[in-house]
Write a protein that binds this ligand. Sequence first.
Ligand SMILES: [Zn+2]
Length: 109
Amino acid sequence: MIFLVKSSDKVTVYQVNFSLGKDVRIQCDCPAGVFGKICKHKIGLLLGEVGLLADSNQADFLMECIKKLDGSDILKVLNELNEGERQLSKIKKICEVKKKSLEKLLQGK
Ligand SMILES: [Zn+2]
């Protein structure tokens, strides 16, 4: 099943191919994803971000495809990645607050 996704420039359309046979393969033809690397289109579609779809009629089918991956290593690792990203953004915020504090201290405030 091929899903068409909008790129961040809103003009280019990429193809994300979900192959959900015995061996699951998900490929994207964007510059980042083309060599098998993870890209925001693969991740976004796996997370069910239907807003990425160039054709909103594909939304239901996308959700069906994701459901087929229930209990798979793909969703397990995706969730772990998500949790890592969440912690990372929390830590980044803490660092920003500490930088501001240090900035003030270095200005004698
Ligand atoms: Zn991509």
